[in-house]
Design a protein around this ligand. Structure first.
Ligand code: TXA
Ligand code: MG
Length: 352
């Protein structure tokens, strides 16, 4: 199949392109589109065949449910059983935006989209192009991230091309995404809402609006244990081709340890990559050293993380060492993704 790639900034008549993209969806095809978090791979949420095509294009297990993207609130009541008080408050505070909410589903949405669950994940993105596209396509877009299963989510259209060209009908290139990590997922179907995937909307931000919120315990774990409630979180996700290890501890010891490990591998002729920060990038020795952003600006780190993992793949790096990131802000989401990319390989260096 030939994939039509449209660079939106070069298009005069954007309306016509959006209509065309909408038509592709209505006739059962797939379109990759930008959102404020990462690029999504969209299909018609009402069409089970489209869901099947999404799983096939991504090489994704079909028990892993998709998020239904909507562009206006009236659409929500068509697919969920009810919207409780806490969900209403979250919608009021965070939609449109990078928050996915889990609802009880009604019986209308095809099981292919929800992986056979009786709940449904819904998100209303803020990205202007995403919203226009969803509307033109009929209002209900089932979309996972637009990467091949097991690769980092795409933050630029060129990474969608890398993973999916030839397998989908169209790619809308809207430039680099704003956030760079997938949406926060919160389940409000139980008494105490639960975060199933951390993102840029943090626990504290949610708690300011709806009171107590808990994490799915598997999110906080520094080891691979337990069964996460979001089926997709159980897979070794976001995996770079090189072997990634996170080194955690006081900054000066971290850089010293990473250099030690790197020196050994360099001597053996291996290609070593380091994920550093603006503050530390000068301190390292390796084949390729990249700063993921500044510790003064965690958002910059979130935006660059997946891109760096992909760049190391393309540069055929076989060992990657990363500094560690943690905070109660988006650092939590960064560390969650990094731990998965590292398959939970983390080394602690302690004070001497
Ligand atoms: O930011 C995002 O959320 C992006 C953009 C494109 O919107 N989408 C995205 O989709 O990250 P995906 O498919 O890569 O991740 C969806 C996650 C998976 O881990 C899936 O298991 C979980 O949401 N999920 C979907 N429906 C669910 C449900 N009913 N209950 C629990 N988890 C669910
Ligand atoms: Mg994904």
């Amino acid at each position: 199949m030939e994939t039509k790639i449209v660079i939106m900034s070069q298009i005069m008549n954007k309306d016509a392109i959006m209509k065309e993209a909408g038509q592709v969806i209505r006739s059962g095809g797939l379109v990759a589109f930008p959102t404020e978090t990462v690029y999504g791979l969209g299909g018609d949420a009402w069409n089970p065949i489209s869901a099947g095509k999404i799983y096939e294009a991504k090489g994704r297990p079909s028990d892993n449910p998709l998020i239904v993207h909507i562009a206006d609130l009236n659409s929500l009541t068509e697919i969920v059983e009810k919207v409780n008080r806490k969900a209403e408050q979250l919608i009021q505070a965070f939609w449109p935006g990078p928050l996915t909410i889990i609802f009880q589903k009604n019986h209308l949405m095809p099981v292919e989209v929800t992986g056979g669950l009786d709940t449904i994940a819904v998100r209303m993105p803020e990205h202007e192009l995403a919203r226009a596209f969803i509307k033109e396509a009929g209002g209900f877009i089932a979309a996972p991230s637009a990467n091949k299963s097991g690769r980092p989510s795409p933050t630029l259209a060129k990474y969608v091309v890398e993973d999916l060209a030839g397998k989908i009908d169209m790619i809308l290139d809207g430039g680099m995404v704003g956030i760079g990590l997938e949406s926060t997922i919160v389940d409000v179907t139980n008494d105490i809402p639960e975060i199933l995937r951390p993102g840029s909307i943090t626990k504290r931000m949610l708690e300011e609006v709806i009171g107590e919120v808990v994490y799915d315990p598997t999110i906080l774990s520094m080891q691979e244990e337990g069964v996460p409630k979001a089926p997709g979180m159980k897979y070794k996700h976001y995996a770079p081709r090189g072997e990634l290890t996170i080194i955690q501890g006081p900054p000066n010891l971290v850089s010293r340890r990473i250099n030690e490990l790197s020196d050994v591998l360099l001597k053996c002729g291996e290609r070593v990559g380091i994920i550093a920060t603006d503050e530390t990038v000068q301190e390292y020795r390796a084949t390729i050293i990249k700063s993921v952003g500044s510790r003064q600006d965690e958002d910059s780190i979130a935006r660059r993380l997946y891109q760096i993992l992909r760049e190391f793949d393309n540069e055929k790096i076989s060992y990657i060492y990363s500094e560690s990131f943690e905070s109660d802000r988006i650092g939590q989401a960064i560390m969650n993704r990094l731990l998965k990319a590292a398959a939970y390989q983390i080394e602690n260096v302690e004070r001497e």
